[in-house]
Design a protein around this ligand. Sequence first.
Ligand code: SF4
Ligand code: SF4
Ligand code: FES
Length: 248
Amino acid sequence: MPTNNSNSEQTAKQEMLEVRVWRGQGQGQLKPYQVPLRKNQTVLDVITEIQRLQAPDLSYRFSCRVGVCGSCAMTVNGKPRWTCRTHVSKVADEGVLTIEPLRNLPKIKDLVCDLAPFIDTWQKAGAVFKPTGTRYDAPAKVDPDSACRRAADASLQCINCAVCYSACDVVNWNKDYVGPAALNRAWTLLNDVRHDERAATLDKVFEDGGCGSCHSHGNCTRHCPIELSPSASIAGLKRTLFTGLPGK
Ligand code: SF4
Ligand code: SF4
Ligand code: FES
């Protein structure tokens, strides 16, 4: 007669992942958890399993779970990453995962940090779109093959995850520095002929804490989960010192 032995043996053999999760507000500490290791499991799956089954008061952010919204970024084994598209098999270090909030931002609770300083950098870098037209005008025609459009295309798809901001050492020690994401956005606006304040944006990016503070070491580009290159955008901004506003 069949028994449950095979099931219990399977359960006994279940490989476990050791997970250390940052818990606390401001001051905090890493707390240990164990989660069954599963095929194709993502870091976000692990955090969700801990929250659902072991620590209902664990705070963390996510929304889309498919790499679109940018809300799930955290520090995983020392590196900033989007957790919904990061497979445990790629990042676990000998079966251990250490999960902390993003660096360079104030901690709110557990894995949630305050993104306000990051969002504020857009304003500071002049990276706010001011349209040349109104809602009553026909949509502007932009030549997809123009140099400006091609330059903007390479930097456009930012999901505002703050991974690059967290990876940047200059942001860490220079509180005035606006950081890679805002400068990347400013570069797309300088290349957008529909942006009415291109000259003002150019002035802003050269103010203190602007592109001149970047040391070009490329950590932002190395970590961007969607393979944008904020450091190339910043190099483009620096070039305008000699070339002026990008043409059309
Ligand atoms: S290249 Fe510039 S923006 Fe990117 S990580 Fe280095 S200092 Fe920061
Ligand atoms: S440039 Fe890349 S890493 Fe930085 S906020 Fe945008 S998507 Fe995230
Ligand atoms: S949850 Fe939306 S990008 Fe990860």
